[in-house]
Design a protein around this ligand. Structure first.
Ligand code: KIV
Ligand code: ZN
Length: 528
């Protein structure tokens, strides 16, 4: 892939499933990753970085499944410069209609001396060999000089030139530790373009972290300096303080298009709010209420003066329309008498293609909710289907529970849990409160000693009969993992969330044990 024909088009490269997934406590399973990737395709991103295939068999499978099943965007996998990494990335993405390999190595002396423990000459050699090997496998290769903004620019330019000579089609400049400032980044990229004129012939990309809260500002400075790809993540999730937030970059280009000489991207803005809700729901990372674009209050007006102004004319205090980002009124879509066909149609309108057994299960769940809730809204359905789709093979599921709660006796819970190998096991416990009793009963049933670290409950929509969504983070064998559950009954939602977190933690404990037995590489547990 060479530079896109339209010089004003900014490619949106989403790294929610790679850099984003490396945020502490996030542990998405394969079906959750696929669901996010399908939503990213609906959102119209240009590139999905689906994971780091060499990191674990689970990562590999998730990238491969996404490459096979998600149409539209380019699908890429990250790799270091080692041949085995590149081969794993290739095997994982090769079945996509548009495969890309993304390979990286640091060019800063701090990383070269202290982390890689090597020399600049060796870095040049590794970059050359990696890009050449990747190009022998696929046409579309991205190269990143990691920690570029703290590196010697002339050396970084030399490495970028090598990568271009070997056939890299995108050069991505990462501000790995979120250190640069917008004016500095503009100058840096200007100088780099002067040192490497060939950069103008391929796609220049930027990847900024938010350690100083400048990720979006720096990415935007990059675009003004000539970058035509921005790497970003939904809700800005990512290592440490995160990556540039995709929704902020997109809405900046959209809202200020008149002043940007045609710079634009092709993201479907009306899918932004939904993408944000899905990622928040599946990762357990809450979106702060005042978060730009997708926060609950991003379009709310509290002050009387502002409310008065907006009632008279929306644009007095609003620069964007909530409907543009998909935060439209939560229309009622179904009632308790709606049938299977109406549910299937409503789900189709929301972008979910469900049939057969999944539709039957979704319908059963919908009826349970509709009986209690009477009016089921689009947001309820979205939460319900996500909840229903997420259970995968090899995970614990909560089959039933009984809780006796009283203010005069300690609460007692009994639970039935389906184990990953299909058996039903039971446990009981007298806890401090009904939810604690259920969690401890699940520990007893599964013979685990998980410790609850965080517990949060939120309503999907307003109203007394709202669906409740519970998110828990627990710790098992030194690993923390999150899980979410949804129901009209908070105790049931909590139990579902807990068994999912337990499944995620166990999957990670097992994968870490496997790595240790293979003499695994600790560097694989995360990239910046
Ligand atoms: O922050 C970074 O440098 C990265 C690279 C792997 C692109 O994530
Ligand atoms: Zn990064």
């Amino acid at each position: 892939m060479s530079r896109p024909k339209d010089p004003t088009k900014v490619l949106i490269f989403d790294t929610t499933l790679r850099d984003g997934e490396q945020s502490p406590g996030i542990s998405l399973n394969a079906s959750e990753k696929l669901e996010i990737a399908q939503q990213l395709a609906r959102l119209g991103v240009d590139v999905i970085e689906a994971g780091f295939p060499i990191a674990s068999p689970g990562d590999f499978e998730a990238v491969q499944t996404i490459a096979r099943e998600v149409d539209g965007p380019i699908i890429t996998g990250l790799s270091r410069t080692q041949t085995a990494d590149i081969d794993a990335a290739y095997e994982a993405v090769k079945d996509s209609a548009r495969p890309r390999i993304h390979t990286f190595i640091s060019t800063s002396d701090i990383h070269i001396e202290h982390q890689l423990k090597t020399t600049r000459e060796d870095v040049k050699g590794q970059a050359r060999a990696a890009v050449a090997h990747a190009r022998s496998l696929v046409e579309d290769v991205e190269f990143s000089p990691m920690d570029a903004t703290r590196a010697d620019i002339e050396f970084t330019a030399e490495v970028c030139q090598i990568a271009i000579d070997e056939g890299a089609t995108t050069i991505n400049i990462p501000d790995t530790v979120g250190y640069t400032m917008p004016h500095e980044f503009t100058a840096y990229l200007g100088q780099l373009l002067a040192f490497v004129p060939d950069l103008a012939e391929i796609v220049l990309s930027v990847h900024c972290h938010d350690d100083l809260g400048l990720a979006v500002a720096n990415s935007f400075a990059g675009v003004l300096a000539g970058a035509r790809q921005v790497e970003c993540a939904i809700n800005g999730i990512g290592e440490r303080a995160g990556n540039a937030s995709l929704e902020e970059i997109v809405m900046l280009l959209h809202t200020r298009s008149d002043d940007l000489n045609g710079l634009h991207c092709d993201v479907v803005t009306t899918e932004l709010a939904r993408s944000s809700r899905l990622v928040s729901r599946l990762t357990g990372y809450v979106v702060q209420p005042n978060k730009a674009i997708v926060g609950r209050n991003a379009f709310a007006h509290e002050s009387g003066i502002h409310q008065d102004g907006v009632l008279k004319e929306r644009t007095t205090y609003e620069i964007m329309d909530a409907t543009t980002v998909g935060l439209e009124a939560n229309s009622i879509v179904l009632g308790k008498h709606s049938g299977r066909h109406a549910l299937q149609k409503a789900l189709e309108d929301l972008g979910f293609q469900v049939s057969g057994q999944v539709l039957n299960q979704a319908f059963k769940r919908f009826k349970q909710v509709a009986d209690k809730k009477k009016q089921v809204t689009a947001m309820d359905l979205e939460a319900l289907v996500t909840d229903e789709l997420r259970d995968e093979m090899g995970a614990y599921t909560l089959e039933w529970f009984d809780v006796e709660a009283s203010s005069r006796r300690p609460p007692h819970a009994k639970v039935g849990v389906r184990t990953p190998d299909g058996q039903e096991v039971e446990g009981s416990f007298v806890g401090d409160g009904p939810i604690d009793a259920v969690f401890q009963a699940i520990n007893a049933a599964t013979q685990t000693d998980a410790k609850l670290r965080e517990f949060r409950v939120e309503a999907v929509t307003g109203g007394q009969d709202a669906l409740g969504e519970v998110s828990v983070v627990l710790e098992l064998g030194g690993i923390s993992a999150s899980g979410q559950g949804m129901s009209t009954d908070i105790i049931e939602a909590a139990g579902r969330a807990y068994v999912r977190a337990l499944s995620n933690a166990q999957r990670r404990v097992l994968s870490d044990e496997g790595d240790r037995q293979d003499g695994g590489d600790p560097l694989l547990s995360g990239t910046p």
